[in-house]
Design a binder for this molecule. Structure first.
Ligand code: AMP
Ligand code: MG
Length: 269
């Protein structure tokens, strides 16, 4: 089965994250020549990126969510290398600023949606407003409860405006997170990535998993599917995201626009 089907959360399905393995590598018995595959995939993706820009009709939005150390940054670095940077916008969503907090939660998100012709990558997203916000009671339950439906309607609106949306949850185990935090402690070139918050948040592991399961259940829709990517092995994570992106781009059947003039009648002097 293709990864795009195998890893997609079927709309309506109740997700229990414990049932999803984090260290499997479906389709690969052993580690392949990952760099080679990623290079080939990237070259094909770059051609389709060019086509999307030429067509100027639609855009692609990638949403990345994960537990701390889940690999959002690494995925962007490895999978998006080879694309034309002029047509890619990466937006990292942090704790909302004072101005952002004075608006509805989708205000800052909508502004970052890629315009026609472009790719957009969200490093965290509007899903934080039903994840971290829920885990830490940052707004009352009655408010965040309504957001799942709001998010589904918002994403439907975007899709109706020719934004193709792919949402990836990079799924790591608690043990793998421990290894990654330990590696950051031990390794002077990784230490900077650690924040005391990462230790503190680890205590809320179960609450986060529950919040994620709920978001994946309620917001994997036919128009904007969630994918659960087994992400303990970074190489598989990268290959899976790249393959799903490429297949989706190919399925759009984009075409170069026709010239607005008859080139055979044109004489260059
Ligand atoms: P990092 O991605 O490590 O730079 O951290 C960004 C931080 O911003 C994380 O701790 C997120 O939980 C937090 N964050 C992102 N979006 C929101 C939000 N809507 N409300 C509260 N915190 C958020
Ligand atoms: Mg962090």
């Amino acid at each position: 089965m293709r990864l795009v089907e195998k890893l997609r959360v079927t709309p309506g399905r109740t997700v229990k994250l414990g049932e999803y393995e984090t260290d499997v590598t479906p389709g690969f018995k052993q580690k392949p020549d990952v760099d080679e595959i990623l290079r080939e995939t990237a070259a094909k993706m770059a051609e389709l990126q060019y086509l999307m820009f030429a067509e100027n009709k639609r855009s692609l939005l990638i949403v990345l969510q994960a537990m701390d150390t889940g690999g959002k940054d690494g995925t962007i670095r490895h999978v998006m290398t080879g694309l034309n940077p002029a047509g890619v916008q990466v937006t990292s969503f942090k704790v909302p600023s004072e101005l952002e907090r004075r608006h509805d939660f989708l205000w800052r998100i909508h502004q970052a949606v890629p315009p026609r012709g472009d790719f957009g990558i969200f490093n965290r997203s509007h899903y934080e407003d039903v994840i971290v916000v829920r885990v830490h009671d940052l707004v009352p339950r009655e408010i965040w409860k309504k957001r799942y439906e709001t998010i589904n309607q918002f994403e439907r609106h975007l899709v109706e405006n020719d934004v193709t949306i792919l949402k990836f949850f990079l799924h790591i185990s608690r043990a793998e997170q421990k290894r990654r935090i330990q590696a950051r402690i031990d390794e002077p070139t990784k230490c900077w990535k650690l924040s005391p918050a990462d230790f503190a948040e680890r205590k809320f592991w179960n609450d986060y998993q529950e919040a994620y399961a709920d978001a994946l259940t309620k917001c994997s829709t036919p128009w904007a599917p969630w994918f659960i990517i087994p992400a303990d092995r970074k190489w598989f994570r990268n290959l899976a995201v790249a393959e799903i992106m490429l297949e989706t781009l190919q399925s759009l059947k984009m075409k170069f626009p026709k010239a607005s003039f008859d080139p055979s009648k044109l004489k260059l002097r």
